[in-house]
Design a protein around this ligand. Structure first.
Ligand SMILES: Nc1ncnc2c1ncn2[C@@H]1O[C@H](COP(=O)(O)OP(=O)(O)OP(=O)(O)O)[C@@H](O)[C@H]1O
Ligand SMILES: [Mg+2]
Length: 242
């Protein structure tokens, strides 16, 4: 198992139970979408996977229990891509941002790692560019490159298609489809989930309320309605008339 959570609970200071007993297993190589309404706990769950937040219960990721002594190793094995690339990029150039992780790990040939990660997100040659002068879609790809440069076993992305135009969204899908790591993606973009992930988990009020093949879950109108999930209307129309 690349991920094993049992009874994972977390309350933010102030007492709000954001995770209320999450049980989840993800095997190596799976691509899993995590859907759910605003406030369901999706981001909170993601932040547990490399120990940025620490809840109660059992959590093992990439072969390691998520406990303090393992945090350094976990941050190498688990790549977290935040929803806002500006939370991830903080160096003057793209090259330095992508080099930061591998340099910290003591990797031998950092420039080769950087070139490889930028090529994977189709930003070859962007090393000298300033992140703040890139478009949103490009910044998101740089953010993904910063974690790919660590060659993570598990790649976790929070709403990767948010605020991308259709072409950038399509390019991102193609990039993610070629990535070898186990993938966990939270999204409100149900079609993005359907194209990328064979499996979907629905989180609501801090618990897993559904888990199964993406196609089956997205075809269950009652289930979607119950958790405030909605397919684009035109797609509904074409599926009901065909
Ligand atoms: N830093 C925080 N302090 C206090 N409460 C928080 C904090 N971050 C999130 N919460 C609360 O925890 C719950 C879960 O939030 P979380 O961000 O995990 O939801 P989400 O499923 O990612 O939602 P969204 O779809 O809007 O991104 C929400 O009720 C939210 O108000
Ligand atoms: Mg969120």
């Amino acid at each position: 198992m690349t991920l094993r959570a049992r009874g994972l609970r977390y309350a933010y200071p102030g007492g709000h139970a954001a995770l209320d007993g999450v049980d989840l297993d993800v095997a190596g190589g799976e691509r899993v979408a995590i859907l759910g309404p605003n406030g369901a706990g999706k981001t909170t769950f993601m932040l547990h996977l490399n120990g940025l937040l620490k809840g109660e219960g059992e959590l093992q990721v990439a072969g390691l229990p998520v406990i303090k002594p393992n945090l350094r190793e976990l941050r190498a094995r688990v790549g977290l891509v935040f929803q806002d690339p500006d939370d991830q990029l903080f160096m003057p150039t793209v090259g330095e941002d992508v080099a930061f992780g591998p340099a910290n790990l003591g990797v031998q040939d950092v420039p080769a790692r950087v070139a490889e990660a930028l090529a994977a997100v189709r930003l070859d040659g962007f090393e000298a560019r300033a992140p703040h002068q890139l478009s949103m879609g490009e910044r998101r790809r740089v953010a993904i490159a910063t974690v790919l440069a660590m060659r993570p076993a598990l790649l976790v992305l929070d709403e990767p298609s948010a605020s991308l135009d259709p072409r950038s969204r399509r390019e991102l899908l193609q990039i993610l489809e070629t990535i070898q790591a186990t993938l966990l993606v939270t999204t409100h973009d149900l079609l993005f989930a359907a194209e990328l992930c064979e499996r979907t988990v629905i989180l609501a009020a801090g618990r897993v309320v559904a888990d199964g093949p993406t196609d089956a879950l997205l075809a269950d109108a009652e289930l979607l309605a119950r958790y405030d999930l909605e397919l684009p209307r035109l797609v509904n129309a074409s599926t009901t008339t065909s």
